[in-house]
Write a protein that binds this ligand. Sequence first.
Ligand SMILES: NC(=O)c1ccc[n+]([C@@H]2O[C@H](COP(=O)([O-])OP(=O)(O)OC[C@H]3O[C@@H](n4cnc5c(N)ncnc54)[C@H](OP(=O)(O)O)[C@@H]3O)[C@@H](O)[C@H]2O)c1
Length: 230
Amino acid sequence: MPAILITGANRGLGLEFAKQYAEDGWTVYATCRNPDSAKDLRALIQAHPAIQIHALDVTEWSGIERLAARLQDVTIDLLLNNAGIYGNKAGQKLGDLKPDEWLKVFCANSIAPIKVAEAFLPHISRGSGKKIASISSQMASLANNTSGGSYYYRSSKTALNMALTNLSIDLKPRGITVLALHPGWVRTGMGGPDAPLDAAISVSGLRQVINSATLEQTGTFLSYDGLIPW
Ligand SMILES: NC(=O)c1ccc[n+]([C@@H]2O[C@H](COP(=O)([O-])OP(=O)(O)OC[C@H]3O[C@@H](n4cnc5c(N)ncnc54)[C@H](OP(=O)(O)O)[C@@H]3O)[C@@H](O)[C@H]2O)c1
């Protein structure tokens, strides 16, 4: 059975990814900051014993290395970098920019996905899937930015996209496909209650996109329902 490692799998899109891949028979390494309080994820294990929960704060760099070492004999077909933060929604405006908050968003959204990929490269290289999918956002798109605002979030996801482009170039010779994905605007803790999309629809669309992507598509920016301009 193929295996996936998901970050931020305790709620929102990450939890839905864990559920759908487990239902499909995958072995799921579901990581989250606080396994003890991840009650929805723990409940999933009752129906799907092939889910394993591991503690991982993606901004604790040594913790990423420790988990990669603990799972050193494991093969991962798909790494799903899902964990992310928006930062203070009310702030992030010109005249009120706070570098410390901005840096935190950068650590979680731009640096962490690449550090997780770096640490788990041996596990991914052994797999037959050989894919790294990272949840970016349409808000990262330079071409689509007509409203401004959300300085921390937008810039952190744009930086992620550039780092993923690098990763795709570095890893193409090793046969590893790297994708930047937009899930749509989804009803989660981050998306809020007014978002038009249900997590189940977004995740099932993204799973099809990931599944059908070949090495030819490495380094592309894809939505749950199509291509996104950089
Ligand atoms: N929802 C949308 O409309 C939308 C649109 C575009 C892109 N996205 C992206 O989709 C991804 C998932 O978002 P979501 O909508 O599911 O948001 P969410 O409901 O707020 O969930 C975010 C997840 O990320 C985890 N996380 C945050 N910081 C972390 C850290 N340092 N280490 C480990 N886990 C951490 C959270 O864990 P805790 O429970 O411990 O906080 C939670 O599991 C994010 O990358 C987001 O930027 C979402």
